[in-house]
Design a protein around this ligand. Structure first.
Ligand code: SIN
Length: 488
């Protein structure tokens, strides 16, 4: 039987939306791999919220706007920071256990935050704790069912309305939520799980949805760089707790690039590391935590400590090799503040969506908050608006994406990565052009084309041929199915 609501993606945004939807009908939540395999699961550092004694919603707002480098949607930022405290309270009521100092919540600092406002759980497993809490809540609601290992290959759309999705078979629904997460796995080096191939953006684009600001990809400065190992994230919270970046010669270099040193905004740190790697001909730099007292790394960052140990690095006695990796997509399927896309029946939330809340560069630890706040808002809107009955109409044949992954990832990394040029972006777009039936290739092609059109450097988008910010580009890129790019 078809569900009333189809939620594609079982990370924080999808689960939070499903909880809202359960009041109004049958909800099917589908995950491409196991239900745990989402970017939320890997989010370490924390969830930002203005809840500490010396913090204010306005300060969180200012920091988010500053990081966004002129492109944040102010109403979306306001919504995020204002609804944040209640969203956290709700998570705590549903059983989330954030770390505490005595009876008070413990807040840490991350790059570009003016206050200690990052909550964390089990030291460095914040996303896992929030996803676990939401999953438990969702699983307790009769109306929600889950299906794992169910890749969605296309949205079902007729006359501009979305009425379901193809999951080995057509599944109709009154409304569909894309909560498919990010697109880091389109790049050769990424902190994201393999499932993060931008499927939501690709499917929405093919169905006729508007894609916004897709050229803005955040590269996290410190992914573990060990030959043959996944690019495991070494949280910015390590630097928040005093870890130091050093180049191949052992020199601390960040002061030469930014007054905030190791805690400069992420885009600055990623470019500085890249410059040092090129200058010293080294494949990585070092993240050094050796000066902290014995036992601290193990106790405060147990998951990171154990993972590094598995790859032969004891963080308490050795520096870890690190290099930047693709981490987060600021752009995505264009939505309003309630998850609505331009296609009736289709909603999006979390990293797959672009509300404009992150502008050109996301403030650290705002993404889990985005997932819970905008996931709930999208769920509410779907519940109230989706009046049509799900059903089946003419369906396209669903094709499984296959092959090619490695080449797309290399092209994206080399030509659409941390440092971009017109030549590289044209090269990437040309190579990818013939493969747009594959999600990864389509997403990388959209990134290349929008990055080429944006002849400036802003936030996470850096062009050596246009190294400055330009006032005429203080606009969003919008791209539609006809491939035309518009700045608005
Ligand atoms: C981190 O822990 O460094 C990642 C947090 C984030 O991306 O917001």
């Amino acid at each position: 039987m078809n569900p009333d609501f189809l939620v594609i993606g079982a990370g924080v945004a999808g689960l939070r939306a499903a909880i809202e939807l359960a009041e109004a009908g049958r909800v099917l939540v589908v995950a491409k791999e196991s239900l745990q395999e989402s970017s939320s699961e890997y989010a370490q550092g924390g969830i930002a919220v203005a809840l500490s004694d010396d913090d204010e919603v306005e300060l969180h707002e200012q920091d988010t706007l500053y990081a966004g480098d002129g492109l944040c949607d102010r109403a979306a930022v306001r919504k995020l920071v204002e609804e944040g405290p209640a969203a956290i309270q709700e998570l705590i009521e549903w059983g989330a256990e954030f770390d505490r100092e005595g009876s008070k919540l413990a807040f840490t600092r991350e790059g570009a935050h003016s206050r200690n406002r990052v909550l964390h759980a089990h030291g460095d497993s914040t996303g896992r704790e929030i996803a676990r809490t939401l999953y438990r809540k969702a699983a307790s609601l009769e109306n929600i069912t889950f299906r794992s290992h169910a890749a969605t290959t296309e949205l079902l759309e007729s006359d501009g309305e979305v009425w379901g999705a193809w999951l080995h078979e057509p599944v109709g629904a009154r409304a569909v939520l894309l909560a498919t997460g990010g697109l880091g796995a389109v790049f050769l080096n990424t902190t994201n799980p393999d499932v993060a191939t931008g499927d939501g953006v690709a499917m929405a684009y093919r169905a006729g949805a508007v894609i916004e600001d897709i050229e803005f990809v955040q590269f996290h400065p410190t992914a573990l760089h060990v030959e043959g190992a996944p690019r495991f994230l070494l949280s910015e919270a390590l630097r928040g707790e005093g870890a130091q970046l050093r180049n191949a010669g052992g020199e601390r270099f960040m002061e030469r690039y930014h007054p905030l040193g190791d805690l400069a905004p992420r885009d600055v740190v990623s470019r500085a590391i890249t410059a040092e790697m090129i200058r010293t001909l080294a494949p990585h730099v070092w993240l050094d935590f050796r000066h902290k007292e014995r036992g601290f790394a193990r106790a405060r960052f147990p998951r990171i400590y154990e993972t590094c140990l598995r790859y032969g690095i004891d963080l308490e006695t050795e520096a870890a090799p690190v290099a930047p990796a693709a981490h987060y997509a600021m752009g995505g399927v264009k939505t309003d503040l309630h998850g609505r896309t331009n296609l009736p029946g289709l909603y999006a939330a979390g990293e797959a969506a672009c509300t404009g809340v992150h502008g050109a560069n996301r403030l650290a630890s705002n993404s889990l908050l985005e997932g819970v706040v905008f996931g709930a808002l999208a769920g509410r809107a779907m519940r109230e608006e989706a009046g049509r009955a799900g059903g089946s109409r003419g369906v396209p044949s669903g094709g499984e994406p296959q092959g090619m992954e490695v080449d797309v990832r290399r092209i994206a990394w080399e030509d659409c990565g941390i440092v971009r040029t017109a030549e590289g972006l044209k090269h990437a777009a040309g190579l990818l052009e013939g493969h747009l039936d594959r999600n990864e290739a389509l997403v990388a092609w959209l990134i290349a084309r929008c990055a080429l059109a944006r002849e400036e450097s802003r936030g996470a988008h850096f062009r050596t041929d246009f190294p400055e910010k330009r006032a005429e580009f203080e606009k969003h890129t919008l791209v539609r199915r006809d491939g035309n790019i518009e700045f608005r």
